[in-house]
Ligand binder design. Structure first.
Ligand code: HEM
Ligand SMILES: [Cu+2]
Length: 591
């Protein structure tokens, strides 16, 4: 075990030579101490296991879906090949369950509940979130909701698509009620996390950490939390109405009962468009951190990045109608929604611009988190730009409900959100577990995932442009090649994920011990041991430098801090030294 270096005040690094092995992972001990834990770091790990289990289930569904689509072409003559793997009804259930699991059980909780839970208090210099019990409650509410989803999966499934559009969802057989009830309950988990983060960010920042020197990850989580708290209740009410409609036939959405099915779409997308930003804002938040760390350079345009997160959150509430261009809403409405949709491109573009400017002339290093950052940048840009195509009213009339849409949202959700999640997981993995993983295999797996992803989803843009509709289990012969290519891609993807699972699990048992600060970053979370002690910080940490002050400060692997003596703002440097009554080691040179 590494010798403990207590950083009771961030920056005044005191080394105690005593060997210490006590950390949040091993004390207190026992299974109950995990089940009842109020420690944000342990709750993050509970989420990690559960959410990744659902990612696996959703991923297996995806593999089966794609395997089915390998068949049904002229090239393959055998009878079994013509028949395919599953029947059309099963196919409908598979894509519904895949979509619902990936959205509600995986991607929405992934970054906030796993990574946010773990690092947000550490970044703020806090000992926990504001409401630890609410945090634990959010986990059990998640589990409770998940049980309903699993129940509906085992008891007949759902074939409505993850959007549960009426009137079909009111009429179809299957366990629509338990699935939507599950999603309704999961919403509370999301709201609990959001409230907890908002209060924590307002109230528990370390002295010296103002709004404008918070890490950008925190800004991203703040914007995300606002959406979670404001939009999720709308989905809750909508799903509740749907359940009532199904159970009691009250006639809100069903035209046969005097209801309006398009009303359902308005309600649904009023939540579900903002929720795509619950998926992507945390991803952008991670990318901002990774770009700064692995460029070893002060972030370019801190404020524009911070404000654009909030701007995206606000604009996200104004664009839901772009999902309904073909629903029969008035032309004027569609035109306005089309225009408003383009606005989202502005803050997103601001972010991409600032990230690239940060990398420009930085000292880039390409460890695994940075590989995922680059995957994110290219894939998200493709996903985002094709979103502009779809937002263009006239173009969308043609592309609506084709594979172009499937490719677009996978580029955003998987190419964007999942890549950033993986980048973040690799970045904070040493902090979580105190272990390093194998860089070589991490690079191999990142390459496989990047290539596999593109082979899977790029052909879908082409098929979509040629008119291949989504949610179809069979297709015309002309699409055979593209479909086979796409299915082949999923095998490369699967291989990438298998390699990742192996080296990550291997690292837990045989990985090298992680130092405090393996990436030479500057955030407060890197001033404490890996894994952190239960109470995070011994004493009260203070912010003595900005977390992107790479021109002024350097922190080595063991958390030893050096201020750049040549830094032009001498005055500030002296002020800090005086304030702390001690001199920092200034021998290390800055180049
Ligand atoms: C592992 C790689 C993945 C593969 C191979 C894959 C494959 C598929 C396929 C074949 C469909 C059905 C398309 C159709 O016929 O309309 C689909 C739909 C969908 N996928 Fe994925 N997917 C993957 C990952 C993800 C991820 C990570 C997410 C979200 C985070 C996601 C979210 C969705 C959603 C929301 C749908 C729409 C379901 C519906 O139409 O109701 N997928 N995916
Ligand atoms: Cu939308």
């Amino acid at each position: 075990m590494a010798a403990l270096q207590q950083a009771d005040v961030a920056g005044t690094v005191k080394t105690t030579s005593s060997e210490v092995s006590r950390n949040y992972l091993n004390s207190p001990k026992g299974i109950w101490s995990w089940i009842y834990t109020l420690d944000h770091k342990r709750i993050a790990l509970l989420y990690l296991f559960t959410v990744m289990t659902f990612f696996l289930v959703g991923g297996i569904y995806a593999l089966v879906l794609r395997f089915e689509l390998w068949f049904h072409g002229a090239g393959l003559q055998a009878e079994v090949m013509k028949r395919g793997l599953v029947g059309p009804d099963t196919y409908n259930q598979l894509f519904t369950l895949h979509g619902a699991i990936m959205v509600f059980l995986f991607i929405v909780p992934s970054i906030p509940a796993i990574i946010g839970n773990f690092v947000l208090p550490l970044m703020l210099g806090a000992k926990d979130l504001a409401f630890p019990k609410l945090n634990l409650a959010s986990y059990y509410v998640y589990l409770f909701g998940a049980i309903f989803c699993v129940y509906s999966l085992l008891s007949g499934g759902v074939d409505t698509g993850w959007t549960f559009y009426t009137p079909y969802s009111v009429e179809t057989k299957g366990s629509v009620i338990s699935m939507t009830l599950g999603a309704f309950i999961l919403g509370f988990s999301s709201i609990f996390t959001g409230i907890n983060f908002i209060v924590t960010i307002h109230k528990m920042r370390a002295p010296g950490m103002t709004w404008f020197n918070m890490p950008l990850f925190v800004w991203g989580m703040y914007a995300t939390s606002l959406i979670q708290v404001m939009a999720t209740p709308v989905l809750g009410i909508t799903l509740l109405l749907l359940i009532f409609e199904r159970a009691f036939g009250i006639g809100v959405f069903d035209p046969a009962l005097g209801g309006d099915p398009v009303l359902y779409q308005h309600f649904f997308w009023f939540y579900s468009h903002p929720v795509v930003y619950v998926m992507i804002l945390p991803a952008m938040a991670i990318i901002s951190e990774l770009i700064a760390t692995f460029s070893h350079k002060k972030i370019f345009g801190y404020r524009p990045i911070a404000f654009s997160s909030v701007a995206i959150a606000l604009v996200s509430f104004l664009v839901w109608g772009h999902h309904m261009f073909t629903s029969g809403q008035s032309e004027l409405t569609s035109t306005i929604f089309s225009f408003l949709t383009f606005l989202v491109g502005i803050p997103s573009g601001i972010k991409v611009f600032n990230w690239i400017a940060t990398m420009y002339r930085g000292s880039l290093t390409f460890q695994a988190p940075m590989l995922y950052t680059h995957a994110f940048l290219s894939l998200f840009t493709i996903g985002g730009l094709t979103g502009i195509f779809l937002g263009t009213l006239s173009v969308d009339i043609h592309l609506h409900d084709t594979y172009f849409v499937v490719a677009h949202f996978h580029y955003v959700m998987m190419g964007g959100a999942v890549m950033a999640f993986l980048g973040g997981l690799h970045y904070w993995w040493p902090k979580m577990w105190g272990k390093m993983y194998d860089e070589f295999w991490a690079a191999v797996s990142a390459a496989l995932i990047f290539i596999g992803f593109n082979v899977t989803f790029f052909p879908q843009f082409i098929m979509g442009l040629q008119g291949m509709p989504r949610r179809y289990y069979a297709y015309l012969d002309q699409y055979q090649t593209m479909h086979m290519l796409s299915t082949f891609g999923t095998w490369i993807l699967a291989l990438g994920f298998i390699v990742m699972a192996i080296y990550l699990i291997h690292s837990l048992f045989a990985g090298k011990p992680a130092p405090k600060n393996p990436w030479y970053a500057l955030g407060l979370e890197w001033t404490i041991p890996s894994p952190p002690p239960t109470e995070n910080f011994v004493g009260n940490p203070r912010m003595l430098w900005g977390c992107y002050d790479y021109d002024r400060v350097m922190m080595d692997k063991d958390g030893l801090v050096t201020f750049n003596p040549d830094f032009k703002d001498e005055h500030e440097h002296e002020k800090i030294e005086k304030q702390e009554g001690k001199r920092y080691e200034t021998t290390r040179s800055f180049n």
